[in-house]
Ligand binder design. Sequence first.
Ligand code: PRX
Length: 640
Amino acid sequence: MDQNGALDSLFQEERVFRPLPQLVIEANVNPQELEAYRRQAAQDPLAYWEEAADELDWFKKWDQVLDESNPPFYRWFPGGRCNIVYNALDRHIETANKNKLALIWEGEPGDNRKYTYYELYRAVNRFAGALRSLGVAKGDRVALYMPSLPETVIAMLASAKIGAVHTLVFAGFSPKALRERLRDSGARLLVTADGFYRNGQVIQLKPLVDEALAGAEAERVDSVVVVRRTKVDVEMQDGRDFWYDDLVRNERNEAPTEVMEAGDPLFLLHTSGATGRPKGILHSHGGYMVGVHRTLTHVFDIKPTDIFWCTADPGWITGHTAVVYGPLLAGTTTVLYEGHPNYPQADRLWHIVDKYGVTIFYTVPTMIRMLMRFGVQYPRRHDLSTLRLLGTVGEPIGPEPWMWFYKNIGRSECPLLDTWWQTETGMFMLAPLPISLLKPGSVTKPLPGVEADVVDRDGNSLPSGKGGFLVIRRPWPAMAAGILGDEERFRREYYEAIPGGAYFAGDVAKKDEDGFFWIQGRADDVLNIAGHRVGTAELEAAFGSHPAVCEAAVVGVPDAIKGEAAKAFLVLNPGFQGSTDLIQDLKRHVRGELGPVAAIKGIEFRETLPRTRSGKIMRRVLKARELNVDPGDLTMLDQE
Ligand code: PRX
């Protein structure tokens, strides 16, 4: 039997994978140590996290590890003074890391730029100086509408260094979505680029910024910094727009690092919820750095020689934690790629792994499903022998893509670490370590210091094998500090949806008889399209703003590559007829409203939508019909 055949039968019989003995010997955390951490964290979680905080540098130690006096607004390390950038950069300049590569950036055309810790430190200081010259001060918000460029990382760190709060808006969002997020954040300064390379094309970005900032609704943005990437002609508005290069040219290589309270905000990141308005999730310096540092170094077993590549865009939480802050806090080398994974061919990612000797490769299941389609001939063209760990995040990974990734990319030797976490959690929550037993499709167990459970609607713990809601019972350091400007929503959505006071993650999950967790998907009206959260309410509002649409209901339907895709059911206004032209126009319209993230798989025109007697649209009924399954209890259904 060949190796693949042997693995297949192992998978069939046991569905459990054990790490190679050598890996266990070399791991930073061995199985006994992991058990000891678990025990310690269960007995005295605050002592566990205090020890984790002690691994980082503080300007002043905390008065208390956790202030639980005003739940759910938990305050970690109150009285402590720190700055995450001091830990991600400044302290490395004093060690052998000074001349180690911090960042390897690869442009889509094949150009690259590399920064040692010292070079990145200096670049960050220069931009920090530029921000200060433009009047940005502690507490101000700095928005970034950026592709994956080194300046994205630099601008994030420079903002944090001077105590400003960065807020990234993914470059795939539309000008309208950008405008909404700018308004919500109250950003004074926006950093963007002239454009970027994607799939062999130049995608212009600056005109989208101009569109977002135009119009009657005056925005608070008074300065726009433009990074020159593509050299396309852009219009610069006198007094408002500045070239990045001009600003940093005369700045100094040193800049003071602002001393922050542990609870001071570090960044704001919008994510979709069950209502039409995206929520601005806030994270703070102290707790976030402690939680991210501890979990990333444990899960990915960071060694001094690692080259760490997380394929996420910095514009999502995965980019914040696993491209920028986590790897730099850990003193490792992080890789950032600008372009499309299939450009010029479906082996681009493997080419990059080979070119830089990537040792840890972390991606989303959507990417794996897509690359799986192209076939094994692409990875086989490259030397992937440097890889030692693989990881996934963002959506459930089925056994088939798991096996493909494990066998064909990981040579059946690299542990595949499926990590569950969220924008709101900031850090990895449920995940294996390289020494853990793995079951394909399971995120295994909560990390030490994380107390997770599966409960019913009333908050009662469910026995193994029963599906229910995933909750986190105790606070953890990298937890969101709140939703910007909406304390009530934070309390209601995360802490009151399920009785008992635990954090409700919005996911459905179950535990098996070994205590392994299996995540089954979202419990709310949020779609997970290619690992990105998109609210059905946001999509419905976007459809609703088209003149032809009277009413819209959107549901998620399975998609072979993206995991989930959006299907819309529309009732048209009088005088409009459903047609292929209208479908095209509607798709274009929604894309214009929300950006390319809002991929619409199908549109169906209907006379009415199913509703409850109180008038609520029953998406469940539409979805069940679409999938040909039992819609469940229909006693609430009024009419169609
Ligand atoms: O539904 C879960 C899914 O992604 C959601 C969080 O999305 P976001 O805040 O955008 O962060 C994504 C990356 C950290 C979760 O509520 N999710 C995340 N990781 C996994 C997952 N679903 C299954 N398995 C995972 N490993």
